[in-house]
Design a protein around this ligand. Structure first.
Ligand code: UDP
Ligand code: LCN
Length: 819
């Protein structure tokens, strides 16, 4: 993107535009004439830049304009709604910052316009009547966001918890009743009705402060490791209850932090205090769609990283909860329930079992609840795009089951993906519990103009439901967990997934003038890891799972086609490039196959090994998967790939998969993640954990995981030639520089150890639950106002839309038919 020497951060686009036009009026006129000559249309940045370049013949002149203000403004423009003679520009000079200007192509007059007017221009292209309808439905969540302080710097985005601690301490300092809310919060802490921390006798700041001084003095005389039980009796006489710590030292530390916070709160102490309070024992995690299980499910349609993420997350959370509970001096058993859909016809998986303990945990379970309508139970898997009619009932059934199994309300509810987040919002509102959401992948950015063209896409994808559900959940959530910065606010060039919900329009349905604010301090980045007991470096010979090697040998090299693999590798001496993903269009496994097919140099250097989907389209009932299977077969024929490609069907055993990554590393190969867009990309960190040099898409999370050329490589999925040549260059360099492959393997590993582990994640997430739990109490009125607005949106809009999604009526089961 061009950077303009004369454009300052404080300048507005509308203020700078006249100067930009003056600098090159002649060319600007020609360029805008080109924009409008084809009539109404929506243009993206690359089209705008293309037209600008075409409108200037002289090379020197062209580069002057491109390097000038006009070049800068157009290169910062994400899209332009062309409605002749007007060209309305949506300019994004920095992540999260948007400005809208309207240029008259005839006289080059410029007006600053607001977001509503910009969206109306855009609607003129798709649905003129709607654009002109004065009573078209506008959604404005910003209007009910009046007390939450927002951040202002792009660099602060995603760091919400730190800022919340700051806001909390200044509120506590400035409020007339000082730290009373904190004392009230402490008074409310209990486990199954038994008081924790303090009882009613310490119900004011003054009383608590005085008691803390006495208690601290008395405890300082005890040996540090004295168990709490030994002085519990004396403490309870002063009004203290369990929860301060398991030893004299820990109790003293917590009390000291508390005294200091009561005296003059500061954000660091507040955060440390909230990380030690006994306020979290029971957690509910929603992941309704897909096959959620512990074996034989990965790679099935809609069943991928989210399942891996949640199971690893639960293990890490339980471990951290147990540690905290022990340090608090309590003997409470934490409970974590992952609630998913029970699928009666489970295709040989365990997704038809109601309760399943989670492996490698002591107290965590999967709890499955079927999708129901008033006519019966849905027996089969349904696409994640079709789940909306079942969610309300699922939320109700889940709430009842959770109360039955947990025998109390959960302390935290976490949603996953659009459906899980909506259900989490419904249940959290009903039970009055703190709610966190995780998107994994917001679909909106995956499909170009999926909002403006929703009518066209709705029969297949039901985006009207999904985007409505997303807005509700984002606004209902107390905090939002993301894996990367780009997920929230993208990069300099590309808006983030959440950012694409700031303002958008679905003509004929609603105009969202304020959907979510990426500067809202509810956003927090907590990157997941990969299970390092499973995904460890290929060099750790003593830990290698050698028992899998004969199976892997068969999987890679057996010459016969069968139901597990097709294609073969004629030259075993070549390194392998490897990819593994669900066979979704966006994963672009077919793209990688085509790049490989076209690139002779790459084909000479390496073999291609793919794990993805199935080979027989008639075995799949997923629309996208069927199309991709057919495309794979035709590419293998078209480029005559037999002998150089091995296509392996979806794999479900993560231990064997990890060994497969390591076998690819043994061949001095590489992992390639070619997705058109990838929200995070767990396979990228799995491969890097195994020491496999990795090439991954520059569209989405992997662009942040990998530092290009340092810890791996970025590839552009929209430029296959460039990408396949970049891979070929790497292998050529490895042939001439013996240490290069090892160097890239090691730098990838270093990156993982520094930034991507589950331990860091679990601590952060529990702190979020604790801090945002208190913050929502401090902001009760704001929370309620937002809740009323989201409820209305849900009742009036979502329910109606969900009713339009077809339900397979004739196949429904009656409850008695459940196993
Ligand atoms: N995976 C698998 N078998 C397959 C395809 C994928 O076990 O056939 C696993 C893969 O190892 C990773 C997850 O599924 O753990 C995919 O996660 P990722 O974040 O890469 O993509 P998603 O499927 O969530 O979009
Ligand atoms: C969904 C995706 O599409 C991936 O990019 C993520 O890695 C996965 O979820 C886990 O968050």
């Amino acid at each position: 993107m061009a950077s303009s020497p004369s454009f300052k951060r404080s300048d507005t686009i509308s203020g700078t535009m006249p100067e930009a036009l003056r600098q090159s009026r002649y060319h600007t006129k020609k360029c805008f004439a080109r924009f409008v000559e084809q009539g109404k249309r929506l243009m993206k940045r690359q089209h705008l830049m293309g037209e600008l370049e075409k409108s200037i013949e002289d090379k020197n002149e062209r580069s002057k304009v491109l390097d000038g203000l006009l070049g800068y403004i157009l290169s910062s423009t994400q899209e332009a709604a062309v409605v002749p003679p007007y060209v309305a520009l949506a300019v994004r000079p920095n992540p999260g910052y948007w400005e809208f200007v309207n240029v008259n192509a005839e006289d080059l007059s410029v007006d600053e316009i607001n977001v509503t007017d910009y969206l109306k221009f855009k609607e003129m292209i798709f649905d003129e009547n709607w654009a002109k309808d004065e009573n078209a439905l506008e959604i404005d969540f910003g209007a009910v966001d009046y007390t939450t302080p927002h951040l202002t710097l792009s660099s602060s985005i995603g760091n919400g918890m730190n800022y919340i601690s700051k806001f909390m301490s200044s509120r506590l300092i400035s409020s007339s009743d000082k730290a009373k809310p904190l004392v009230d919060y402490l008074l409310d802490l209990n486990h199954r009705g038994e008081n924790l921390m303090i009882n009613e006798s310490l119900s004011t700041v003054e009383k608590l402060q005085a008691a803390l001084i006495v208690a601290e003095a008395s405890i300082s005389e005890l040996p540090k490791d004295t168990p709490y039980q030994e002085f519990q009796h004396r403490f309870s006489e002063w009004g203290f209850e369990k929860g301060w710590g398991n030893t004299a030292q820990r109790v003293r530390e917590t009390m000291r932090t508390f005294s200091e916070v009561l005296q003059a709160p500061d954000p660091v102490q507040l955060e440390s205090l909230f990380s030690s309070l006994p306020n979290m024992f029971n957690i509910v995690i929603f992941s309704p769609h897909g096959y959620f299980g512990q074996e034989d499910v990965l790679g099935l349609p809609d069943t991928g990283g989210q399942v891996v993420y949640i199971l690893d997350q639960v293990r890490a959370l339980e471990e951290e909860l147990l540690l905290r509970i022990k340090q608090q001096g309590l003997s409470v058993k934490p409970q974590i329930f992952v609630i998913t859909r029970l699928i009666p016809e489970a295709q040989g998986t365990k997704c038809n079992l109601e309760v399943e303990p989670i492996v490698d945990t002591k107290h965590s379970h999967i709890l499955r609840i079927p999708f129901r309508t008033e006519k019966g139970i849905l027996p089969k898997w349904v696409s994640r795009f079709d789940v909306y009619p079942y969610l309300e009932r699922f939320a109700q059934d889940s709430a009842a089951k959770v109360l039955e199994h947990m025998e109390c309300k959960p302390d935290l509810i976490i949603g996953n993906y659009s459906d899980g987040n909506l259900v989490a919002s419904l249940m959290a509102a009903k039970l009055g519990v703190t709610q966190g959401t995780i998107a994994h992948a917001l679909e909106k950015t995956k499909y170009e103009d999926s909002d403006a063209k929703w009518k066209e896409l709705d029969p297949k994808y039901h985006f009207s439901c999904q985007f409505t559900a997303d807005l509700i959940a984002m606004n209902a959530a107390d905090f939002i967990i993301t894996s990367t910065y780009q997920e929230i606010a993208g990069s300099k060039e590309r808006p983030g997934q959440y950012e694409s919900h700031v303002a958008f329009t679905m003509p004929g349905l609603c105009r969202v003038v304020s959907g979510i604010n990426v500067f809202d301090p509810k956003f927090n980045i907590a990157a997941p890891g990969a299970d390092q007991a499973v995904y460890f470096p290929y060099t750790e010979k003593q830990s290698r799972l050698t028992k899998f090697q004969p199976e892997i040998e068969e999987l890679l090299y057996n010459k016969e086609d069968n139901s597990a693999h097709i294609g073969y590798l004629a030259d075993r001496t070549k390194p392998m490039i490897f990819s593994m993903a669900r066979l979704d269009t966006v994963k672009n496994i077919t793209g990688l196959t085509e790049w490989y097919g076209k690139n002779k140099r790459l084909r000479n250097l390496v073999n291609l090994v793919l794990v993805a989907g199935f080979f027989d389209p008639s075995k799949s009932n997923d629309r996208e998967e069927i199309a991709e299977i057919k495309k794979m077969h035709s590419l293998i024929d078209k480029y005559n790939l037999k002998g150089e490609i091995r296509w392996i069907a979806a794999q479900t055993d993560r231990y064997r998969n990890a060994e497969l990554y390591r076998c690819i590393a043994d061949s001095k190969g590489a992992f390639v993640q070619p997705a058109l867009y990838e929200a995070f990309g767990l396979t990228v960190i799995e491969a890097m954990n195994c020491g496999l040099p990795t090439f991954a898409t520059n569209k989405g999370g992997p662009a942040e995981i990998i530092v290009d050329g340092v810890s791996g490589f970025h590839i552009d999925p929209t430029n296959g030639d460039e990408s396949s040549n970049k891979i070929a260059d790497f292998f050529e360099k490895c042939n001439t520089d013996a240490g290069y492959w090892n160097k890239m393997s090691e730098t990838g590993l270093r990156r993982i150890y520094e930034c991507y582990t589950w331990k860091i994640y679990a601590k952060k997430l529990l702190n979020m639950g604790s801090i945002y739990g208190f913050w929502r109490q401090m902001n009760k009125e704001q929370k309620l106002a937002k809740q009323r607005y989201t409820e209305m949106f849900y009742n009036l809009q979502f329910r109606k839309l969900a009713k339009n999604v077809p339900v397979p009526k004739d196949e429904l089961l009656q409850p008695a038919a459940l196993p």
